[in-house]
Design a protein around this ligand. Structure first.
Ligand SMILES: CC(C)(COP(=O)(O)OP(=O)(O)OC[C@H]1O[C@@H](n2cnc3c(N)ncnc32)[C@H](O)[C@@H]1OP(=O)(O)O)[C@@H](O)C(=O)NCCC(=O)NCCS
Length: 208
């Protein structure tokens, strides 16, 4: 699919929710994000830790990503910093990465995420993944969410831990950027645990 063939972008934007957190906004990726996404994603450290991102990552890869996002059984969000509001009320934002989830048949949705390297280590991934999980459990009929991380990827593993995911086992995942499979750990977050963590967080907030 090419960019010229996606007149339905505004429809898809309307059907993809906008998730706001303290510092971030998660929204459907747009044509205007293509250059930024291509620049951010063109890093081997990102490609080698995700299943589908190629390396090198070219402008055409970002165009395909935007053109095919949010069709079928997946929800894709650009992760942007909330940088304020314009006079006309629209939000200024700076895209720093992307995240999303795929749901195949009745299996729990599987989440994925990446950030441009300049933005690592500031808690943004945890904030984005929490927002996505809250959306999944609040708005969709799912009893669990799953995720996977390469065994050599402690940062991603830590993100999942901070969101309440629990280790469920090991496996192998095909990684496009290395044209090979690599060992991964699998994780799962059940609705019950998510609800407990949410009420515990709210309780702590209330007594603080
Ligand atoms: C994984 C990724 C999204 C994390 O983004 P981030 O915004 O830096 O994540 P956060 O800041 O929310 O949390 C990272 C946590 O990992 C920890 N961490 C980072 N590098 C680490 C390492 N080498 N060893 C142990 N912990 C590490 C951080 O200290 C932080 O934990 P803390 O808050 O307890 O200190 C980012 O590194 C990335 O895009 N990597 C490439 C793509 C990828 O791995 N995607 C996930 C696919 S499963």
């Amino acid at each position: 699919m090419t960019l010229q063939q996606i007149p339905s972008e505004s429809c898809r934007e309307r059907s993809t929710p906008v998730l706001k957190t303290e510092r971030l906004v998660l929204r459907a990726p747009r044509l205007g994000d293509v250059k930024t996404i291509a620049m951010l994603a063109n890093d081997r450290r990102i490609a080698e830790n995700t299943a589908r991102i190629p390396h090198p990552y070219r402008l055409t890869d970002a165009e395909d990503f935007v053109a095919t996002a949010n069709f079928g059984n997946e929800a894709i969000f650009a992760i942007a910093l909330r940088n304020g509001t314009r006079k006309d009320g629209t939000t200024k934002d700076e895209v720093i990465g992307a995240c999303g989830f795929t749901q195949i048949d009745r299996h729990p949705p599987e989440v994925g995420y990446w950030l441009g390297t300049d933005h690592w280590g500031r808690g943004y991934a945890t904030e984005a993944v929490r927002a996505m999980i809250d959306h999944i459990f609040s708005d969709l009929d799912c009893e669990a969410v799953q995720a996977a991380a390469r065994v050599t990827n402690p940062a991603s593993r830590r993100v999942l831990e901070k969101c309440g995911f629990q280790w469920t086992g090991a496996g192998l995942l095909r990684i496009r950027a290395i044209s090979s499979s690599a060992p991964i750990d699998r994780f799962r977050l059940d609705r019950g645990l998510w609800a407990s963590l949410k009420s515990w967080g709210q309780m702590q907030h209330a007594v603080a």
